[in-house]
Design a protein around this ligand. Sequence first.
Ligand code: SF4
Length: 397
Amino acid sequence: MEGEGFEKADFDAQADVYVINTCSVTDNADKECRQIVRRIQRRAPESLVVITGCYAQLKPEEIAEIPGVDLVLGAAEKFNLPQHIKELSKGDSTKICSCDIEQVNGFHSSYSINDRTRTFLKVQDGCDYNCSFCTIPMARGKSRSDSVANVEAEVKELAARGVKEIVLTGVNLGDFGKGPNGDKRNEETFFELVQVLEKIDGIERYRISSIEPNLLTNDIIGFVANSKKFMPHFHIPLQSGSNKILGLMRRRYKRELYADRVNLIKTLMPHCAIGVDVIVGFPGETEEDFNETFNFLHSLNVSYLHVFTYSERANTRALEIEPVVPMQVRHERNKKLRNLSYMKMQYFTQQHEGQTRKTLFEGHAKNGMMEGYTDNYIKVVVPYRGEWVNEIINWKL
Ligand code: SF4
């Protein structure tokens, strides 16, 4: 947008255009969106308000009914944002530009740079899986990805801009290689991509964001174990430790495969951080099933959990599964796993006490302090030192 003559303003400043990027994973996307639009209307009643993102793709009519919204852009149209804004004037009736998700084609690469030391680079979008609780495929479309050559060119560009660490992201990252229209089969793979990226000069660190356990192959794990640039850190969604629930969720692995992956990682890289996504209160999850998940996670050598409370989503198969778990029970289970996560994190951090690890410090100063992350994702907070910003320092934990 900056290339089209727009200038970025702080959200709390008075701007001419406000763009809200909605999420369909958030429980209260609709309510939150209403509140934000109301705030904008109070501050800048003449401004144009554009809503885009996954929720706008899933429920365009609902969003268009929010007073003060001028334009709703779906998954394909969001990439033509500047053009749409130029054609818009305040007072027109709310315009919806959204097509069926099946028609969404093409891959739009992007990265966030801002003042971040760490940059998030999107290399894949959409998903061909059909997990029964998930609306993401409906909001983002089929699995598409960039080519290895394009990603390579972007990474070189980022290196030239002084970026030290890149986090590779995607909706289903391990499924990289389907091409911009999602019709290619294994011509390029995620494993090939990481091998190419390793050789690029200038970037010192890569992280692989969330990757499905069935796609995190032994080859990738072995590669990371020997890599100088791919950090010893994985985030692997589990969702449930009960094979019965994994089946109902239509996940593509069993708990045994998950345990094998974790064991291999920890054998090759005992210092590796492993984060786990888990959903509690999925329909049909009995006390016994939940305990199975709890005990499984307890026994696994992982570092932290991201715990999600299951919540119903329109047009998903999970709505047909019974019995529904009462909300209060879902919250209790969430709390139990969050406590477990806290203990796992404490244990992981304590294991590294006294070690010296390479830590990349980030730019923002908060109350005179600055933050950094070790290679294995332990957060370090130290008094602010300007000369350490965007530098990798040997730090004794
Ligand atoms: S793999 Fe992830 S994005 Fe794809 S359907 Fe399953 S939960 Fe959703």
